[in-house]
Design a protein around this ligand. Sequence first.
Ligand SMILES: [Zn+2]
Length: 153
Amino acid sequence: MQWSESGKRGVKMSDDLPRFDPERDTEWRERLTEIQYHITREAGTEPPNSGIHYMEDRKGDYLCICCGHLLFTSQMKFDSRCGWPAFHTEHDNAGIRRIRDTSYGMLRIEVRCGSCDAHLGHVFDDGPIEFGGERYCINSASMDFETEVDDAE
Ligand SMILES: [Zn+2]
């Protein structure tokens, strides 16, 4: 796989490093579970097929676990069989940041919350062509899921 310097579809890469805010870090350390903190603040990865949202197929919204920012909706989710929740598109207002990640001897595109800079996962270009061909491969532990309220009930 390869990516152009600017990423697909002219999306700009973010080169600026996140600013470390000790106050928010304290809050996150207290509120998040160990795995949630490790993934979002230390760019960890949960084991494949382990995440709570991987097989989730109800309607609803996926929010950043750290700040509640809306990232994806269930309409953007697809069954990639890759072991992690996968989305072909991000929400219009998500503003997800893309960063070059050269760890583990690979060139990958890391994705982070547009609001609080939480590490979410990576984006690959083997997603469904009909939605633009991207696959956001996201850790369950970096997201909260809010089911859609059914008015018919
Ligand atoms: Zn966030």
